[in-house]
Design a protein. Sequence first.
Length: 136
Amino acid sequence: MPGDNISVVKLTERQVRILNGRHFATVATVNPDCSPEATVIWIETDGQYIYFNTALHRLKARNLLRDNRVAITVFDPTHPYRDALAIRGRVELITEGANEHIEKLARTYTGYRFKGFRPGQTRVIVKVTPERIHLQ
């Protein structure tokens, strides 16, 4: 199956700093008609994987369930031409701990609790294994 031989890229300290810098990122997924879908997200990394969070009913989650390829861009607005990342990778969707994760991201980005929970909504952590990273 294509993508089974994933080559994992190691994140540098500079890349980790950009990813964990409370900068909004844009994630692109592939729609069923092969057109791109781009969405602004909150993002973080543990130094190996990149994480964001979404609701399972959202288009990006449905796209990722069908095609696990993703592209992400993120930049530091104080140095947008020097500290900008373009990342390509593959994802895994994780439900365990997803509600806590969105709370953590909300507090990081807004300073407040997450206010977007809806009745019956299932949250997922999107775990990105980076395959290519371009640093400007």
